[in-house]
Design a protein around this ligand. Structure first.
Ligand code: KG4
Ligand code: ZN
Length: 353
């Protein structure tokens, strides 16, 4: 198993990513080509444009991943690729590339679920992490609390009923006129360091709902109203506003972040209780997905987890945000369990999805 080598390809959203991992958990290479420039220009992901960008990036990204790993396609044991959820136009670019390589080099192919990959990559980081475990997955499009019983076997405890937390971070950044060249989350996190988290009184979502679901649409609206009522003009970038305007923006960022994380804490507290009823042997809680790179999120959830005698496993930021390693590793785990498809035929039709 240690000698197996899997290439992972990820194109579900706005990053084109590829990576090569070995069966012993060694990351041989990791390449991400971001569409941040496009995001800034157009203020969001436009599927057609994202597809264009993936199509242009996919060949060089995969080539670089193989070169950096110092291998060629024929050294691979299998190819793994994200098959969903995500923008279908974008997913297709990755799947076509994976099928082409698999077909040319006679390699098995493994279809990977994007959210499962966010969770399972934690097992690459923490080799002690055994099933079952609890996982909180927080990204731009998803908010999930799941019990991972086994590879491919999950119970969903909660999901978002409207927006995901990452979406709220991104809109807050946009409305506060922050630099979106990475993504909104890191910009809000940075500005929040300067602000007073108690300055603006936002109410915590879903207080009256004693379940594990999430809602961030209401908090988003509260933020927008707070920004409007303080006459903050997002067209004026942070770098050119008065110090008074800047501290007002920082207070909103900090207050938003405090309540956004409070909502996570409350849900996690309850989810731990629920999860232990289903799987009393759980010892770990995984927190992953782009928003899990946030230091406040990590620190505060660590407290909740410790208080309940569990251990937090949070991948490093580069493996929390979308990446190829998580796809390669989840592919590796499936491959080792015998879950893969045979190489596609040489005359693989272009339009198979
Ligand atoms: O998992 P991911 O890379 O892509 C999706 O599958 O959606 O997550 C992207 C999300 C974005 O909304 C981004 O703003 C957020 O993760 N994010 C953060 C931070 N870094 C990325 N949110 C808060 N704080 C951060 N440091
Ligand atoms: Zn993701």
């Amino acid at each position: 198993k240690d000698d197996l080598i899997v290439l992972g390809i990820e194109t579900s959203c706005d990053d084109t990513a590829a990576a090569v991992v070995r069966g012993n958990g060694e990351i041989l290479s990791q390449v991400v080509s971001s569409q941040a420039d496009l995001l800034v220009q157009y203020g969001g992901v436009a599927p057609k444009m994202a597809e264009e960008a993936h199509s242009q990036a996919i060949d060089p990204v995969v080539r670089e991943a193989l070169d950096k790993a110092n291998i060629t396609e024929s050294d691979l044991s299998a190819v793994a690729v994200t098959i969903g959820p995500g923008l279908s136009l974008c997913l297709r670019v990755g799947v076509q590339k994976a099928r082409k390589i698999a077909s040319c080099f006679n390699l098995p192919i493994i279809g990977v679920h994007h959210m499962e990959a966010h969770a399972v990559v934690a097992r690459l980081i923490e080799r002690e992490l055994q099933f079952p475990f609890l996982a909180l997955l927080i990204s731009g499009g998803h908010n999930l609390l799941i019990v991972a019983h086994n590879l491919g076997q999950y119970t969903q405890l909660g999901t978002t009923i409207d927006d995901a937390i990452g979406e709220a971070f991104d809109k807050t950044a946009k409305w506060l006129g922050l630099d979106m060249s990475r993504s909104g989350g890191p910009a809000v996190e940075e500005l929040a360091l300067e602000g007073d988290a108690e300055a603006v009184k936002f109410s915590t979502p879903m207080k009256q709902h004693k379940d594990c679901n999430f809602s961030y649409a209401g908090l988003k609206t509260q933020v927008r109203l707070a920004i409007e009522s303080r006459n903050i003009d997002a067209k004026i970038p942070l770098s050119s506003v008065s110090s008074q305007d800047r501290s007002c923006r920082a207070d909103i960022a900090a207050s938003f972040q405090r309540v956004a994380v409070l909502h996570l804490e409350e849900r996690c507290e309850r989810a731990i209780e629920w999860a232990l009823k289903i799987e009393p042997s759980i010892k770990h809680m995984v927190v992953s997905g782009g928003v899990a790179s946030n230091k406040t999120v990590r620190a505060r959830l660590d407290k909740v987890v410790k208080k309940n005698n569990l251990q937090l496993v949070c991948p490093p930021p580069s493996l929390c945000t979308d990446n190829g390693v998580m796809v390669a590793w989840t592919g590796m785990e499936n491959f080792c369990m015998g879950r893969y498809d045979p190489p596609p035929p040489a005359d693989d039709p272009e339009d198979f999805m």
